[in-house]
Design a protein around this ligand. Structure first.
Ligand code: GDP
Length: 396
C-alpha cells in the first residue's frame, strides 16, 4: 500500500515538473521582442564579409516579432522595428586592397606610364626627362620628383637592371621609400583615463570633410569603438543633418546646435556628451571657410581651446581633395599655420590621375597621410598603407 502511494506521489511530481518545463519554455517564446531603446546601441562588427549589407539585424527583429506575436491561423503581420537596424561597417583591414581598382586613373598615368618609359631600350636623357614630366604631372612635387629620378638613374646604372620585373621592383622600392613606410599612420583615439579620444576634422568645405567624418565613425565602429559626433560645421546648412544621418546608421549620437550657432560650444558639448556616455571617441566636424586666415584661425583656434578644457586633443585631421592638386597644397599650408595638423586624409583619389599628391602633401606638411577616400560609398575610406598603395599604382 505504502509503495503504491509512493509511486503515485513520484508520478505526480514528475508530471508537475514536465508541465512546468513546458510552460516556462513557452513563456520564453512569448516574451515580447525587446523594445527599441531610445539610446542608440552599437552592433558589434560582424565577421568580415566584404561588401555585405547589414540587413541581418532587421530580418532577425522581424522574425522575432512574427514568432512572438502571431496568433495561430492568422496571416503574419510584419511590424517594422521603430529604430532602423544598425549597419555593420566593413572591417578596416584590407580596405585599400579591396579598393585598389579605384586608383585606375592614377595607375594608368603614373604607374604604367613610368614602367613603360623605364622599359625603353634606350634610357637616354630625353626618356629621363619624360619620366620626370610624368611624375610632375601626377602631382608628385618638384623636390620628390628630382630625388626619385636621381635615385632611379643611379640604381639603373649601377645595377644594370633592364628586365621588366627588375625595373618594376626597383620603382616599387623607390616609391615606397618616398612615401615614408615607417611613419606612424594610426589615427590616435586613446583619450585620457576619464575622457574619450577627441579627433577634430578640419578642411575647406567641399573637400569631403563631413563625409569623411561619417566614414571615420564607421571605421571606428568597425574596430569596436563607440563614437559621439559633434556637428560643429554650423556654416554649411545641411552639414549637421548629413552628419547625423551618418551617425544614425551606426548608432553614434550626434550633438548639434542651431544653424549658424557657435561651433566651439557645440564641440564642447559633444565632448561633454562623450564623457557622460562613456564613449570611446568624439569626432568633431568643423567648418572650413577660407574667408581670411585670421577668421579661420580665430574659429578653429577657439574650437580647439574650448575642447581642450576637457582634455588634450588626440588628432587634428586635415581633409584635402586630391583632385584640386596645387590648390590643395596651398590649403594645406594655410591650415598648417592655423592649427597643428597631426594627420592628412586625402579624399577623391578615385577621381584623379594625380595620385602623386600623396607624396607631395606629406612632404609639404611633414605629416603622414593616414586615410584615403576612394569613393562615395560608406566604407570607401581606407587606412593608408604605402606598400599596398604603390602596388595598386604599378601593379604587382
Ligand atoms: P564638406 O563640405 O567638406 O563637408 O564636403 P562633403 O562631405 O559634403 O563632401 C562633398 C562631396 O564629396 C560629396 O558629394 C561626397 O560624396 C564627395 N566625396 C567625399 N569623399 C569622396 C571620395 O573619396 N571620393 C569621391 N568620389 N567623392 C567623395
Amino acid at each position: 500500500m505504502e509503495i503504491v502511494i509512493l509511486a503515485v506521489i513520484i508520478a505526480l511530481v514528475a508530471v508537475g515538473l514536465i508541465s512546468g518545463l513546458v510552460v516556462s519554455s513557452r513563456k520564453k517564446k512569448q516574451l515580447p521582442p525587446s523594445a527599441p531603446s531610445s539610446t542608440p546601441t552599437i552592433t558589434p562588427p560582424a565577421e568580415p564579409h566584404v561588401g555585405e549589407e547589414a540587413e541581418a539585424p532587421r530580418d532577425e527583429a522581424r522574425r522575432t516579432i512574427e514568432e512572438a506575436g502571431t496568433p495561430v491561423g492568422e496571416a503574419p503581420v510584419v511590424i517594422e522595428p521603430e529604430v532602423p537596424a544598425l549597419e555593420v561597417p566593413e572591417p578596416t583591414a584590407g580596405r585599400l586592397v579591396r579598393l585598389r581598382t579605384r586608383l585606375a586613373r592614377s595607375q594608368n598615368s603614373l604607374g604604367k606610364g613610368l614602367l613603360t618609359l623605364l622599359s625603353r631600350d634606350n634610357l637616354d636623357e630625353d626618356t629621363w626627362e619624360e619620366i620626370e614630366d610624368t611624375l610632375l604631372t601626377a602631382d608628385v612635387g618638384v623636390a620628390p620628383t628630382q630625388e626619385l629620378v636621381e635615385r632611379l638613374r643611379e640604381r639603373v646604372r649601377i645595377l644594370g637592371t633592364r628586365t621588366p620585373d627588375g625595373l618594376r621592383a626597383l620603382l616599387r622600392e623607390e616609391l615606397v621609400a618616398l612615401l615614408g613606410p615607417d611613419l606612424d599612420r594610426a589615427v590616435r583615439t586613446e583619450g585620457g583615463a576619464e575622457t574619450p579620444g577627441v579627433v577634430m576634422v578640419v578642411g575647406v568645405n567641399g573637400t569631403g570633410k563631413t563625409t569623411t567624418t561619417g566614414k571615420l565613425a564607421r571605421v571606428l565602429v568597425a574596430d569596436g569603438r563607440s563614437v559621439v559626433l559633434g556637428a560643429a560645421d554650423t556654416f554649411r546648412a545641411a552639414a549637421a543633418d548629413q552628419l547625423q544621418t551618418w551617425g544614425e546608421r551606426v548608432g553614434a549620437r550626434t550633438v548639434r546646435g542651431p544653424e549658424g550657432g557657435d561651433p566651439a560650444s557645440i564641440a564642447f558639448d559633444a565632448v561633454k556628451e562623450g564623457i557622460a556616455e562613456g564613449a570611446d571617441v568624439v569626432l568633431i566636424d568643423t567648418a572650413g571657410r577660407l574667408h581670411t586666415k585670421t577668421g579661420l584661425m580665430d574659429e578653429l583656434g577657439k574650437v580647439k581651446r574650448v575642447v581642450e578644457k576637457h582634455g588634450p586633443l588626440d588628432e587634428i585631421l586635415l581633409v584635402l581633395d586630391a583632385t584640386t592638386g596645387q590648390n590643395g597644397l596651398v590649403q594645406a599650408r594655410v591650415f598648417a599655420e592655423v592649427v597643428d595638423i597631426t594627420g592628412i586624409v586625402l579624399t577623391k583619389l578615385d577621381g584623379t590621375a594625380k595620385g602623386g599628391i600623396v607624396i607631395a602633401v606629406q612632404r609639404e606638411l611633414g605629416v603622414p597621410v593616414k586615410l584615403i577616400g576612394l569613393g562615395e560609398g560608406p566604407d570607401d575610406l581606407a587606412p593608408f598603407e604605402p606598400e599596398a598603395f604603390v602596388d595598386a599604382l604599378i601593379g604587382d
